[in-house]
Write a protein that binds this ligand. Sequence first.
Ligand code: ZN
Ligand code: ZN
Length: 155
Amino acid sequence: MDREEKITILKNAKQKVLNSLTTPRNSKATYKGSCLCKAVQFQVQGRLVPPDACHCTNCRKQSGHFFVSTDILRSALSTQGTDTITWYQSSEKVKRGFCSICGSLLFWDAIDSDHMGIAMGAFDLPTHTKIVAHIFTDYQGDYYEINDDIPKIPD
Ligand SMILES: [Zn+2]
Ligand SMILES: [Zn+2]
């Protein structure tokens, strides 16, 4: 699947998700979250971009299954307990942040980008969003099927 094709699929899927949401779309919304032990807490300003579910090996290894995260502008995030976050650099351009007390995976940060990912599981409910796509499904585990009608991007 080439880049154009992927972008088109994602764009269409995102529009579909956005159309299906019946919930607040105003940019003044604040979404809060934390790790399991609550030593790390965060707030995101503005509504949450529809997340994707990443089935790549790194995400599976670190999260314990596949990893669902939303993409936010770094400047929209404020964090408390940053001293407790451990950053693991998983590839040349990506570091992953987790709570060093309870182990919750929280952040996926692309170095050189003003955007970063936040684990959807860390958010308090409701999140007012829905998964838009499964990505890197060529690398998914062999112990589950993806049976929903959400688009799949193989690589
Ligand atoms: Zn914690
Ligand atoms: Zn991944």
